[in-house]
Design a protein around this ligand. Structure first.
Ligand code: CU
Length: 152
């Protein structure tokens, strides 16, 4: 096949399309209803719950979480085993294409460890979720009553 100048053009289109798709990938994961329970003073642990939706056609995976409000944060899941419930660290949480994953009491949660100042009802803070494809997702978390079961 002869090398003609025309060959450059499809390459350019591909590059532009690639950039457009990369932009779209950023918006594919959407987080809603992020909340946490207020914590008692001196209690170092807390949890964040949320809904995460993947509007894209490709699966994405959460690979980490961070917040300035706690010394450490991890993706956890509460499981029932022989009548007991315990929490396991799930370093990778897949969010399949065109579906959603719910973090809720008794199930998945963002575990916060090393909370210096108690989470206060009415307060808002930021959690950053790391997704393999979408990158960093900044999530605004609302602190609800200690007995809350979700955002109404
Ligand atoms: Cu936990």
């Amino acid at each position: 096949m002869p090398h003609t100048p025309r060959r450059r053009f499809p390459w350019l289109i591909t590059a532009l399309l690639g950039a457009a798709l990369a932009g779209a990938a950023q918006a594919e994961l959407v987080v809603d209803n992020a909340w946490a329970r207020a914590t008692p003073p001196g209690f170092a642990k807390g949890a964040v719950y949320l809904d995460i939706r993947n509007d894209g056609r490709r699966s994405d995976t959460l690979v980490g979480v961070h917040t300035d409000r706690a010394g450490r944060a991890e993706l956890h899941r509460t499981i029932e085993e022989g009548g007991n419930s315990r929490m396991v660290h799930t370093p990778r949480v897949r969010v399949p294409a065109d579906s959603s994953v719910t973090f809720e009491p008794g199930g998945r949660h963002v575990m916060m460890m090393g909370i210096d100042e108690a989470l206060t009802e009415g307060e808002r803070f930021t959690v950053e979720l790391e997704a393999e494809t979408a990158g960093t997702l900044r999530v605004d978390v609302e602190v609800l009553a200690p007995t809350a079961m979700g955002v109404d």
